[in-house]
Write a protein that binds this ligand. Sequence first.
Ligand SMILES: [Zn+2]
Ligand SMILES: [Zn+2]
Length: 819
Amino acid sequence: MKAKGEFLFRPRLKKKSWEPEIETHIFKKWLEGGLYIFDEKSDKPLFSIDTPPPYVNTPVHIGQAYTYVWMDVFARYRRMAGYNVLFPMGLDKNGLPVEVQTEKTFNISMHETPREEFIQKCEIILTESGDRSLDTFKRLGLSCNSWEREHRIGGRYETDDPEYRRLTQETFIEFWKNGLVYEDEKTTNYCTVCQTTISDAEVEYEEEKTTLNYIRFKVKETGEDIIIATTRPELLCSCRIVLFNPDDDRYPHLEGKHAIVPIHGHAVEIIAHPYAKPEFGSGLVMVCSFGDYSDVRILRELNIEPVFAIDRTGRMNENAGKYKGLTVDEARETIIKDLNSQDLITKQEEIQQRRPLCWRSKNPVEFVPMKELYLEQVRFKDDILKISDQMTFFAPENKQILIDWINSVDIDWVVSRRRYYGTEVPLWYCKGCSYIYVPEPGRYYQPWRERPPIEKCPECGCTEFRGEERTFDTWFDSATSEVYILGYLWNKGFFKRNFPCSLRPQGKEIVRNWLYFTLLKSHHLFKAPPFENVWIHMHVVDEEGRKMSKSAGNAIDPQDIIDKFGSEAFRIWSGLEGNITRGDIRCSFDRIRGNSKFLTKLWNIARFVSSFPQVFDDYELAPLDKMILSELNDLIDECRKGYEEMNAFIPANAIRTFTWSVFADHCIEAAKSRAYNSGGRFDAKLQRGAWYTLHECLRTILKILAPICPFITEAIWLELYSDESIHIQSFPEKNPELESELRELLSKFIAFNNAVWRYKKEKKVALSQSVPATVYAPEELEPFGEDVTAMHRIESLRFGKPEEKNRMQELAEGTFIDE
Ligand SMILES: [Zn+2]
Ligand SMILES: [Zn+2]
């Protein structure tokens, strides 16, 4: 039943509920209004975000969608907090994934296709997949500066753009000139699937079951049998030495003697060395070139010339004798058969082994000698640790991932790759002498297809040059993204004023490459940290905490979520459930649907509030108004703090609790009668006080929620409060005039209301019906007397403890009812 007077008030918010279809319309309006376009000349302080350019070969996955939403939250908050926000959209296009996709799609092999033609085919694939990624990001409502590919600060960039590649080459040229780059033939990690050298940062480890084979060797001098255990019998041909531990009393007599390697027949020295572990296998260990990292290290230490058995395609080479041409797995299988047929295997057992894998192809890493370009890092580790200390980490404990990685670095960074779709190493070699030509910075060079910008060799006068064919490790490109977005190529003044970049947001799984290499390059270029803040996000996992993946069948496509519930539902879920201090975040359709109920609630509240006029003067605040406005004041501070700490979880939850459980459930309910002036028993100024409070709360809620829920807040804002977008309003400030001691009474007030509602429910009295008894409320609540009486329709309300307490029913602490 509507109270008298209610019919005078009609909601100005027209739609009855929140409709996600409006999102696209709102997004279009933002674009048309040029709302987020970057202004290089602005006087405001800069807040720059080094957005991770996603690789475009696959659709945007849920983890990315989640991270970009949070970045957008930071960008929107900073904009409202008075910053000039640089939030560019980037796409990563260089490197292996597109090459692999191109080989698959066109059924060709990269190394057998003319380079020019192969690159064109890569571009076809990249254009399609890039558009798809951009579409998802737009639907998520990101407030990036520009969606157009343009060469200016804030413009959308792509890592294969000639301008971007020019920057990569310019940094290399500078390193070369400063003597930080050298070429060397070293044993490097090699992926036979990707057919390229990979850096230590691209190696990951997997626990794997494998067979340990106990193999019989003969001692050349004495003819005795010794047993050596190995997981890689196919490498017997490259066995170079046998070790036993100096403390192992079974073997001292072997020192200096030789072991004859079965099948292959060559003899290798046996020596004492602490690397051999008495408890592993028989305590004797053969060192091959190269089974794993320890082999690489020990051969280097003992100065033994390695023999390589595996070629770049992953097959055994001529050193493997009759196993030549077999793949590693085939060779292992065959040699075990051969050993068995000669009774040379005494035992086999299953063991767990930590195996190095290629980061991208998940193929086991092999070790091959390659002539490659290296960027120095080992001798700068202390300096890099020092500049890491000048960056603030969110959450702070994530810094350790970086520190541990820096401490583990023990070889310089191999930066050259034998691939096609990447930034070219800008070098030319004189065919007449050993002169190497390095061009001047200023443009993008492609030495494999163009002549050097000089006529003849300054050393020998020769006019023939060979252009370098190798490209860079794609991390060498990515590790200068912050330099690129800050306009280093186009506006040196702007760059100088605004470096380092305010924020690097990124995943924890790429700390050792993206973050670390950016730090390294920044050290070499500027001797300074690249960022003020580093935000490291957690992963999105399924309901059971398992990693989401297509192959496991538990992946959720963010496009499906947006289609079903709208982007805002995804965004509010990511705020309410993600917490950077608490690890991974669980995701399911149910969770997103559940959290989206808050949007419905918010819309209903806004619609109710919109029934009343907005007033700015001639009002008087009732104690209830003062209490809620003071609580709202505190909420502003809490949200600001959460946003500053880059933890959207804090404002999202604080806003939901306030809006739903305090403002809607209690304060709106209590102020309703006064706002309608039901029964005409309220003073006109107090009625206006209720109107003011309702609108002030709603306006503030919308503003502080806008960074997380940009669509629904904008829709309500534009319909009720302004023609100007909510996203260019200032973030609310705490208002000292609204501080009130009455705030202390909020929990008592809530407890009292709950007690009365519970009582009515027990007695099956409708909420709109009166309580035909005397209710005693805690004394402190007396200031709210009128609102409370009207709210609960209490016939007789008294404050303070009743005298004959034992005769009454106690509903809650301090609340009694006289039945
Ligand atoms: Zn690989
Ligand atoms: Zn020359």
